[in-house]
Every structure is written in C-alpha cells, then in structure tokens.
Design a protein around this ligand. Sequence first.
Ligand code: ZN
Length: 280
Amino acid sequence: MRTLDIVIILIVITLGTIACGCINEQAEEDRTVEDISETTEQVMSGGTDTIYQFSIINALLEGVYDGEVSSAELKEHGDFGLGTFDDLDGEMLELDGVIYQVKADGNVYEVDDTTTSPFAVVTFFETDIEDIFSEQMDNQQMAEHIADLLPSENIMYAIKITGNLSYLKTRSVAAQEKPYPRLVDVTKDQSVFEFNDTRGTIVGYWMPEYIDGINVPGYHLHFITEDRTGGGHILEYTIDSGIIEIDSTDGFYLELPENENYLGTGFSQDTEGELEEAEN
Ligand code: ZN
C-alpha cells in the first residue's frame, strides 16, 4: 500500500446493506479512520467486485497528464481495465493482467511495471452475466443490447466483448509536452485507425450518470486485436458475432494524485461538452 493512502476516498456501496436497511448507525459513527483503512485493505485484497480508479476524468480534461501510479500498482488492483500513460502517451488497455500501450503511431507495446499513468480504471474481472450473440450490431445497437442485460442503472459494470468485428474505428493520442494542453485540444490532432474484419477484445466500463466529473458516464471502451498488434480508444464499430461478459461491480475505490500537476490545477473551467468531444 502507498504511504499516503490517507488521501484515499473510499466509496463502498453495498447493495445488500441498502436493500435491508440494516446499517447500525451508532456503530457506523463509531468507526475510526483506522477501521476505515482496515476495510479499505479488505476491499483491496479480497474484494474483487471493486473498481479501482486513479485520478478523475475532469483532471484529464484539464490537462493533468503527469504519470504517478505505476503499472505494478495497477496490477495489484486489477487484471482488467483502461486508462492512459505519463504525458498522455497513448491509450492503455489491461487484459488478463497484461497492460498494453497503443501509441499514436498505431503500434502496441506491453509496458513494464515502472511505467506510470495519470488516469486508470481497473478491476479484477469476474463474469456475472454472459451473452453469446451472432447478429450484427453497430455500437449504438450494442449499447442498447447491453443496456437490456444490465440488472440496474445504479451500479457500475466492467464490460468485455470478444468477437469478430467487420468494422472498427479507434484513436490514440501522442505524448504531450508541458505546459500540457487541454484534452479537447489534444484530441483534435488524434490518430485515427480503421480496421476491417478484425478479431479481438473490447475492454471497458459502463458507468451511471452520477459518476460525471469522476469518470465517463455511459460507455468507455478500448480495443485490442487478438494478435495484440492494434487497438485504441473505440470511436465506432460493427460487430458480427461474439461473447459479451459483464462484471457487476458494487465497490468503487478512488485514489487521487499527489503530484504538483494535479494539486496545482484549477477545476474552475466549465468542462461541459468537452468530455463528449474528447471521448467520442
Ligand atoms: Zn479511452
């Protein structure tokens, strides 16, 4: 564990507790910081239904690209996820415990454990819902199809889709220099890659509306080809067949950066509309 974990904000939404209303309020009030950090450790070590996130999406929108969390640390928190790298050097995708970097030149690299990230979202993926499909769907149709599979819009989901895609458009971004530009300005010069008849895995999340500012509400999906030679942040796709796996997640653990880039950045500017433009 990191030494300054005191700055960690822990949000654990326990559906069962909410459902039965059985919170012992006095006991809750008596909990100390030590108790909470113990719970935190339990969640981090044993609880796989927890999404671990480093930094917030609004920091990325504001141009906070200094890497801080290492790939080694991310692997302690999950074997599946997405993010970016120090200086915004490409798109991150973690699958089966391996962290890949899709650079702006389109090449894919396996990163070493010392590589750092300014923003990442990982979890230990466990399939709760599985759906095998063989009808062609574009990204909009798939979004609606998955929405029908989700039991509630009030929790969070890790989403993995492995299949054959007749079309795919992804993007990646190049490493930036200080003073870092805002994300919306970087993505104006993003590299776009198109694939026809490719096979691979879509890796990402569906998040509720209330996550706005912290993460991306709705879908945020990255892709990697089966042969690990291409991928990126998904812009659009048409998938012909495959398997959808969904991990229902009721724990969310947010760790905030301690670096000067993050601490010294103001979040006053209205980012409304910038998320949509930068991500889609
Ligand atoms: Zn992305």
